[in-house]
Design a protein around this ligand. Structure first.
Ligand code: GLU
Length: 468
């Protein structure tokens, strides 16, 4: 079986072969520019533990580089290189002006106390500072699997200890808690992006009819693997805003099935009080965690780790659409099997780009030192109030309080973040769908997304004058 990085490289090569870009340029785009491999000591109880960690900057064609930091026992250099590469293509695809990067710390986070995790995070950050691998214009980390706002706040604080005089230091990391220079809507961003991407695909009649489905998300059956931040919000938003039915969920401890539909919000509460998704409110416990993936459904959302759908189980997957909310959930071998069956795979580099898109908004907010909406919200509200007043006078009819409140609302930070995210996801989808439709030899959405990203990165290099 090929490694995760080899899988990404294989997908890259397949797309690269369909472009007319020069070989040298393609290899420059393909390779990881800088790989930082770290071993550092941290005092855990009475022992000194040597922690293995990485930061990989895949491409410097745009700066800063950007990408999350993962805490997991599965972290390897291969994995971080794969994830950093995907960040480059993801950012290019959705026009987020960063190069790709990724960090990984090889630990099982729940085996450590909060205090120990803080020590590990601060030491990792100090190492990045020492090697010049972090900074608002250099490399900007964010949350990923096993990390969240808490870790990002520790990173910022550590950075400030060393670089406190830098007026833009708060932009050295994104995904921070809102009260610590974060942005509203960042926590839900990846899940919400999954929703916008899926909604766009499902809205195009010509495409969904081909797989025997009716357009629209309403009533579509969904199976979710992984109830971390991404799976959880994707499930909640697809259900509450899209009207989809989540019929099964798979997690570390097993999977559950309920054809009537599962309320993900309630399921998350059940899991935090009992420690497991099993035994939830009328849902049936399935025999294994893999069983859910193979159920009959419209959409399968793998939102956990890479290599979940592989040569071994691909034949048994019955979903018509696989929505890659995680990074690399479908191996290159599995993809071949699924494409032959006619399954639509919405590629990770597009579908989970919502996180980095809102990170970009957070970075811009930090550099401008001002909340979005602060300048125009009241101005817009006054204009709308005048308009409503004018229409009322002209028509002799008046809007009730609820209607008025809705009509005169000026945009707040959260409204602007969601609108910017939706715009980003919709625009990017049509860009690579056009490549898929127009280019002969492009047989799948991932190749189309890769080609779209490669052309943008290639143009950047050409505009820099690096390649003729
Ligand atoms: N870790 C997320 C990703 O894989 C977010 C990265 C970011 O916000 O920089 O896209």
């Amino acid at each position: 079986m090929s490694t995760f990085y080899q899988s990404v490289q294989r997908n890259f090569d397949r797309a690269a072969a369909l472009t007319t870009m020069p070989k040298g340029l393609l290899s420059q785009i393909r390779e990881c520019n800088s790989v930082l491999q770290l071993r550092f000591p941290v005092k855990i109880g009475r022992q000194i533990k040597v922690i293995e960690a990485y930061r990989v900057q895949h491409s410097h064609h745009r700066l800063p580089t950007k990408g999350g930091i993962r805490y997991s026992s599965h972290v390897t250099q291969d994995e971080v290189m794969a994830l950093a590469s995907l960040m480059t293509y993801k950012c290019a695809l959705v026009d987020v002006p960063f190069g790709g990067a990724k960090g990984g710390v090889k630990i099982t986070p729940w085996k450590y106390t909060e205090d120990q995790l803080e020590r590990i995070t601060r030491r990792y950050t100090s190492e990045l500072i020492k090697k010049n691998f972090i900074g608002p214009g250099i490399d900007v980390p964010a949350p990923d699997y096993g990390t969240g706002g808490r870790e990002m706040a520790w990173i910022l604080d550590t950075y400030n200890v060393f670089k406190g005089g830098d007026i833009d230091s708060i932009a050295c990391v994104t995904g921070k808690p809102v009260h610590q220079n974060g942005i509203r809507g960042r926590v839900e961003a990846t899940g919400r992006g999954v929703y916008y991407g899926l909604k766009e695909l499902l809205s195009i009649e010509e495409d969904v009819k081909k797989i025997g489905m009716e357009p629209g998300m309403e009533g579509k059956t969904i199976v979710i693997q992984g109830l971390g931040n991404v799976g959880r919000y994707a499930g909640i938003i697809c259900r509450n805003e899209g009207g989809a039915k989540i019929i099964a969920v798979s997690e570390y401890e097993g999977s559950i099935y309920d054809p009537k539909g599962i309320d993900i919000d309630k399921l998350c509460k059940h899991r935090s009080s009992t420690g497991s998704i099993l035994g939830f409110n009328g849902a049936k416990n399935l025999e294994s965690r893999e069983a859910a993936l193979e159920l009959e459904c419209d959409i399968l959302i793998p939102a956990a780790l890479e290599n979940q759908i592989h040569k071994g189980n691909a034949k048994r997957i019955k979903a018509k659409i696989i929505a890659e909310a995680a990074n690399g959930p479908v191996t290159a071998d599995a993809q071949e099997i699924l494409l032959k069956k006619g399954t639509i795979i919405i590629p990770d580099m597009y579908l989970n780009a919502g996180g980095v898109t809102v990170s970009y908004f957070e970075w811009l907010k930090n550099l401008s030192h001002m909340r979005f909406g602060r300048m125009e919200k009241r101005f817009d509200q006054n204009v709308y109030e005048n308009l409503v007043g004018f229409v009322e006078k002209q028509t002799g009819k008046s809007a009730n309080n609820k209607e008025k409140k809705f009509l005169v609302k000026g945009a707040d930070e959260i409204d602007l973040v969601r609108s910017g995210l939706e715009e980003t996801m919709v625009t990017a989808y049509h860009q690579f769908r056009n490549v898929y439709k127009r280019k002969r030899n492009v047989k799948d959405l991932r190749t189309a997304a890769f080609i779209t990203a490669l052309e943008k990165i290639g143009n950047d290099y050409i505009n820099m004058g690096v390649f003729p």
